[in-house]
Design a protein around this ligand. Structure first.
Ligand SMILES: Cc1cc2nc3c(=O)[nH]c(=O)nc-3n(C[C@H](O)[C@H](O)[C@H](O)COP(=O)(O)OP(=O)(O)OC[C@H]3O[C@@H](n4cnc5c(N)ncnc54)[C@H](O)[C@@H]3O)c2cc1C
Length: 287
């Protein structure tokens, strides 16, 4: 096999919660042919991750193969007037810096949303009223149903808040995305990138491993204030705790397992349901 593969691979540095987990094999594709080759060896025992910034490992050992879409598949280039194409493993930080270097505006908020492009397309990542779907033109993907590579236009991806066709149909592997940006003044672009980052760092618990907001924002409510009102900040199971800085985050304060995190989530959901009659939906993907 030409694709890089590692056996008994330690996943601790491939999930931002820093949960300790190992998988039987990890593949690191670097081209479309690598994806075809990996799936030619079986479709059902494979788990795909990008940056691992929105996942919770529920097991310590995975018999499944992991496909890690990252640095090895991360080219970013100009592809037409104001269009940038990105391979799925490119990081949103690199994308925003590439856009700045080319005086293009539209991805400033992604400077501080840790993500691979593939993950952002699947999750419809965003902040402050902006989402990846707003600038997306089309996506190239591998359809595992017939092993064909296809392209789909943004309007056919069924985007919703933090949701997409790719989340609902997990037999589609995002390979590449095209984004349409707008020409802008480099100083203004840089200022927005820095301002967004500063505002976010002031609010988020950067001192402990986490995976961003745990829950989706329920219509008509804000998660943080509900958790504050229930005095759940600091609520702890094992090594996982509701952040004392921001109630919408769970942090790994001392060797948390995925199960610790899941137990904190269940407790918060139950308390919020009892008090506010609101069902909190998890944004993070439990694997
Ligand atoms: C500090 C911090 C702050 C955050 N702030 C925000 C925020 O403001 N807004 C926001 O939206 N999110 C935020 N997040 C969450 C995270 O940044 C996003 O969800 C991000 O898009 C996840 O991308 P990823 O590459 O890490 O995906 P992963 O976590 O690796 O995967 C997420 C899901 O996508 C699937 N997937 C990944 N790549 C592919 C692919 N190529 N093809 C098919 N499926 C794939 C995985 O199977 C999984 O189900 C934050 C996270 C952290 C740690």
């Amino acid at each position: 096999m030409a694709v890089r593969v590692e056996h008994n691979f330690d996943l601790t540095n491939y999930n931002s919660y820093r949960i300790k987990a190992t998988c039987k094999r990890a593949f690191f594709p670097s081209c479309e042919e690598d994806f075809m080759e990996i799936y030619a060896h079986g479709l059902n025992d494979k788990i795909i991750i990008g940056g691992g910034y929105n996942i919770i490992f529920s097991k310590e050992y995975y018999n499944e193969d992991f496909i890690i879409v990252g640095d090895s598949y991360s080219s970013i280039r100009l592809d037409g007037e104001n269009i940038i194409s990105c391979e799925a493993g490119s990081s949103t930080k690199d994308l925003s810096e590439f856009a700045l270097a080319n005086s293009l505006s539209g991805v400033e908020i992604f400077y501080d949303i840790p993500s691979s492009l593939g993950g952002a397309v699947v999750m419809n990542a965003g902040a402050s009223g902006e989402e990846i779907k707003d600038i997306l033109v089309k996506v190239r993907y591998l359809d595992l149903a017939d092993m064909q590579i296809k392209e789909i236009m943004q309007e056919d991806i069924g985007y919703e808040y933090r949701n997409s066709l790719f989340q609902r149909e997990t037999n589609k592997v995002v390979l590449k995305a095209w984004l349409r940006l707008t020409p802008g003044d480099p100083e203004g672009i840089r200022n927005k990138m820095e301002a967004v980052k500063e505002a976010r760092w002031a609010k988020q618990p950067k001192e402990y491993p986490n995976a961003g907001s745990v829950f989706k924002r329920p219509p008509g409510h804000y998660v943080g204030p509900m958790i504050d009102e229930l005095s759940l900040k600091g609520y702890r199971v094992g090594g996982a705790e509701v952040s004392k800085k921001h109630g919408g985050f769970i942090v790994n304060i001392d060797n948390a397992t995925g199960q610790d995190i899941i137990n904190v989530i269940k407790h918060v959901q139950q308390k919020v349901r009892e008090k506010f009659n609101v069902d909190l939906e998890i944004e993070q993907r439990i694997i």
